[in-house]
Design a protein around this ligand. Structure first.
Ligand SMILES: [Zn+2]
Ligand SMILES: [Zn+2]
Ligand SMILES: [Zn+2]
Ligand SMILES: [Zn+2]
Ligand SMILES: [Zn+2]
Length: 201
């Protein structure tokens, strides 16, 4: 059997990357990425988005003192005026105390893209640096494949198992990683043959 890569699919995948906006979500830190000593203190989880608080603000109502990201609470208060945690009226956002901020700033996280460790205080810088890396646009191995933009075309051309390939015999598409399992069905071959006969006429 002979297969050719379907190049239009590769072109589309590349366009997706080249024209992609920088994803705001890359600024998110998942508490699961915590790589410091001990355990992640749940106190630093945002009550709205459930990620690690970014630019943290604190509910000032009574005993609540729960934390939310600045952007999260701004969005939230556009719709409701109560705290997402205690449901009291969200009077004012308080900044985090120095003491708490120091703890949070020293927290270490492991980057899902480059596997390096960064501190919370250095997260913005790290994300800027790391925003040059992209996951495979065909999502061949979502967890582990992060590549620099320049390397993605090579990855798609040479090894990505999700690249669609076209069978020269029956003209059906399959994925590169599955081409060994491909068997032309006799129906497809008949259709192909009929087409060839038509073309000859
Ligand atoms: Zn949030
Ligand atoms: Zn509250
Ligand atoms: Zn990184
Ligand atoms: Zn891939
Ligand atoms: Zn085939």
């Amino acid at each position: 059997m002979n297969f050719t890569a379907v190049t239009t699919e590769i072109d589309n995948a590349m366009k997706e990357i080249v024209f992609a906006e920088v994803d705001e979500k890359t600024m998110k830190i998942a508490p699961e990425d915590f790589a410091g000593e001990g355990q992640f203190d749940e106190h630093f989880r945002c009550q709205v988005c459930t990620d690690v608080v970014f630019d943290p603000k604190q509910c000032s109502a009574g005993k609540c003192q729960k934390l939310v990201c600045d952007t999260c609470i701004t969005d939230w208060l556009g719709k409701k005026d109560t705290c997402p945690n205690c449901s009291e009226k969200f009077e004012a956002v308080r900044n985090l105390s120095r003491f708490e901020l120091n703890i949070l700033n020293a927290y270490k996280f492991k980057c899902v893209k480059c596997k390096d460790t960064y501190t919370y205080a250095g997260a913005k810088d790290h994300f800027k640096e790391c925003s040059k890396m992209f996951g495979c646009p065909l999502e061949c191995d979502k967890e582990d494949t992060f590549l620099e933009k320049e390397d993605i075309l090579d990855h798609l051309n040479d090894m990505c198992p999700k690249v669609p390939v076209n069978c020269n015999m029956c003209e059906k598409d399959t994925e590169r990683g599955k081409q060994n399992d491909h068997k032309c069905s006799s129906d497809d071959l008949l259709v192909k043959n009929a087409k060839l006969q038509d073309e000859k006429k």
